[in-house]
Design a protein around this ligand. Structure first.
Ligand code: ATP
Ligand code: MG
Length: 563
């Protein structure tokens, strides 16, 4: 056997895509000795479910190829950025299971260096201070079919630009009165190269640098240089930045940067029935269509967490989606739900909860007697053990588990019919009590004491098995049931996405009842309510108040409805 060629990547790779192929080749061919990537969010909102695609890609590549990944805040626009967004992003990335170690950075840390490099460009005749207004600059820029026109200030002497730029920095001019522009090519077919703006005057307090600066670099002037300062080898971003790459390279080629990163682009994640845009999500919050960024209907990472989605489910979903270059279409939202159910089915403990309670009285069960019955916590996981549930004469079952006049395929409780109460006894319905309006308010039943534990000695098997609670031992809860936030798969495709919001995206059920032990369940820990779905306590819970979110139903009811 011959030894395989030496490679820093000896084991077959678990994940493979065009970006990982590039990284593997760069390592193999010695262009790079250690891979350094970064996740560079702008702290102007909460992360949405698209961001983890970038997070998993950047952190995943670093981990798989023995490199490192930085978390860097691209905080160049103080008007929109806030500390609470920084905090939530940090929490989200951690929750997703990724670790940047000591490599937490801020583009604002580089403001002094960026300013010095701007001076270099001016001295070299590659940047100038422009006195045109923002509107005039836009008019001069031209279009895709027409070249741009030079600003009258384009050829002002370097010394004059240098002086003006320093005075911009010193606060001598009002906001918006002047900008610094790169001097590249007003006729370039790439609009990004038509003398892009590098700095603007802006008096806004920055979450980190406070009022130290009154000029701020634009994203394009900060991003590549920040990458270079940190020694990023592969600067991975989404496809909308492809047209910015020549500018990214231009700065690196024309500045004395300490390293030479390269930019690679992949397709943004899009999901059906979902809109992934921080700007739009901010609008939903600001206009009150949802209760906040972490409203469990939102597609933000913090909302998914609040709703009880496990990070592992999100990561498995992203693995299933893969990376994708150009032309990747929207992923079906069912795929996310499927990945999440898969994890929850394995990992969650089972509990009893009744969302629409109906009283059931067992006429031949001794009054005042309470039995503790042993109940299995998770049939998928023997190590999850058992618990004890009280059983008594007055029980609660799910209202739709009974029908007075059932159609052929209804196998649950009906007059004269026997069903199994899970882990307890068989009961037979002997009568129905109604109120004046004719609504059923109580069922009368008898039970068979020989069926304790849920099996009959004679081997008879009822067709239906129901969950139940002992009425006096159950505790009340509010349950919030969520549906899709939008009614169409492509919200906004034909107008304002707000018009596509699903008016029934949330149903609040009062008067639900759950096992008493659930009052102790920590916020965000998901359990399965048997036969109903996955639920977790919401942070709105408090002493004497239990609020549950329905994470997901047990099955995809939409797929079923579609046939
Ligand atoms: P949005 O356009 O939704 O407001 P953004 O791109 O402005 O998001 P940033 O904070 O700038 O948000 O993004 C940080 C990183 O996350 C960027 O590298 C960006 O390319 C990536 N990213 C953003 N949205 C998606 C998405 N839907 N799929 C994959 N990556 C994304
Ligand atoms: Mg952005």
């Amino acid at each position: 056997m011959t030894t395989p060629p030496q490679s820093p990547d000896p084991a077959p790779r678990e994940r493979s895509d065009f970006i990982r192929d590039i990284v593997a080749a760069d390592l193999r061919e010695g262009r790079v000795t250690q891979v350094v990537t970064r996740f560079p969010p702008e702290p102007n909102g909460y992360l949405h479910i698209g961001h983890p695609k970038s997070i998993a890609l950047n952190f995943g590549i670093a981990e798989e190829f023995g490199g490192r990944c930085h978390l860097r805040f691209d905080d160049t626009n103080p008007v929109k950025e806030e500390q609470r967004y920084i905090d939530s992003i940090i929490e989200d990335v951690r929750w997703l299971g990724f670790d940047w170690g000591e490599h937490l950075y801020y583009a604002s840390d580089y403001f002094p260096q960026l300013y010095a490099w701007a001076l270099n460009l001016i001295e070299a005749g590659q940047a100038y201070v422009d006195d045109l207004t923002a509107d005039e600059i836009r008019e001069h820029r031209g279009t895709f079919t027409e070249p741009g026109r030079d600003s009258p200030w384009r050829d002002r002497p370097s010394a004059e630009s240098l002086d003006l730029f320093k005075r911009m920095r010193a606060g001598e001019f009002p906001d918006g009165s002047r900008v610094l522009r790169a001097r590249i090519d007003m006729a370039s077919p790439n609009l990004n190269l038509r003398d892009p703006v590098l700095y603007r005057i802006l008096r806004a307090t920055h979450p980190r640098t406070g009022d130290e600066w009154c000029i701020y670099p634009l994203y394009d002037f900060a991003h590549g240089q920040s990458d270079a300062i940190e020694g990023i080898t592969h600067s991975i971003c989404t496809l909308e930045f492809e047209d910015h790459r020549p500018l990214y390279d231009w700065f690196l080629d024309n500045l004395p940067v300490p390293s030479r990163p390269r930019q690679y682009e992949f397709a943004r994640l899009n999901i059906t029935y979902t809109l992934l845009s921080k700007r739009f999500l901010a609008r939903l919050v600001n206009e009150g269509h949802v209760r906040g960024w972490d409203d469990p209907r939102m597609p933000t990472v913090s909302a998914l967490r609040r709703r009880g989605f496990p990070a592992e489910g999100v990561r498995n979903f992203l693995d299933a989606v893969g990376v994708g270059g150009k032309g990747q279409s929207a992923v079906e939202v069912e795929m996310l739900d499927h990945a999440v159910r898969d994890v929850l089915n394995r990992s969650t403990q089972r509990r009893f909860g009744v969302l629409h309670p109906l009283k059931l009285v067992i006429e031949n069960y001794p009054e005042g007697q309470v039995e503790e019955l042993e109940v299995i916590n998770n049939p998928e996981d023997a190590t999850a053990g058992t618990r004890r549930l009280p059983f008594s004469r007055e029980l609660l079952i799910e209202r739709d588990d009974f029908m007075e006049d059932p159609p052929g395929k209804f196998f649950r409780l009906a007059p004269g019919r026997e069903v199994r109460l899970r882990y307890a006894y068989f009961v037979t319905c002997t009568g129905v009590v109604k109120d004046e309006s004719g609504e059923i308010v109580e069922l009368r039943c008898t039970y068979d004491p020989a069926t304790r534990g849920g099996d009959a000695p004679d081997g008879r098997k009822p067709k239906g098995t129901l969950h139940w609670l002992s009425a006096e031992h159950a505790v009340p809860a509010e349950v919030r049931v969520y549906d899709r936030l939008f009614i169409r798969p492509d919200p906004g495709a034909e107008g304002d996405p707000v018009d596509d919001l699903n008016p029934d995206s949330e149903t609040v059920l009062d008067g639900c009842l759950v096992e008493a032990g659930l009052a102790e369940l920590p916020v965000g820990e998901t359990v399965q309510f048997e036969r109903l779905g996955y639920f977790c306590p919401d942070p709105d819970s408090g002493p004497g108040r239990l609020v549950f979110n329905r994470t997901l139903g047990l099955k995809d009811s939409w797929a079923k409805a579609k046939g």
